[in-house]
Design a binder for this molecule. Structure first.
Ligand SMILES: [Zn+2]
Length: 91
């Protein structure tokens, strides 16, 4: 009997699924401008860099609108002036 043949090239390692599943997403609070009868709302912006690197410019929010990041505010926010779409998507 002979030992089973092994591949010359080692098999490629799969994706590191465990690390990807443990990754959490941080969000920053951003306030949109009031439009007509619509009040200014607080939205969530997904952070891809440290908050300190944000220059409080307008960023794309989770719901797809543009809002200005306010580093003095934390997400999640409570109250009636929170975007309901961002509140759900940022859970
Ligand atoms: Zn929103």
């Amino acid at each position: 009997m002979s030992a089973p043949h092994r591949a010359v090239t080692p098999p490629r390692a799969g994706a590191d699924v465990l690390r990807m599943m443990l990754q959490t997403t941080a969000h920053a609070a951003a306030q949109s401008r009031a439009h007509g009868a619509t009040a200014a709302l607080w939205h969530a912006v997904e952070l891809h860099r440290p908050v300190a690197e944000l220059d409080e410019a307008c960023e794309l929010t989770l719901c797809g609108s543009l809002a200005r990041v306010d580093r003095s505010q934390d997400w999640p926010r409570t109250g009636a002036d929170v975007c309901p779409v961002c509140a759900v998507l940022a859970r």
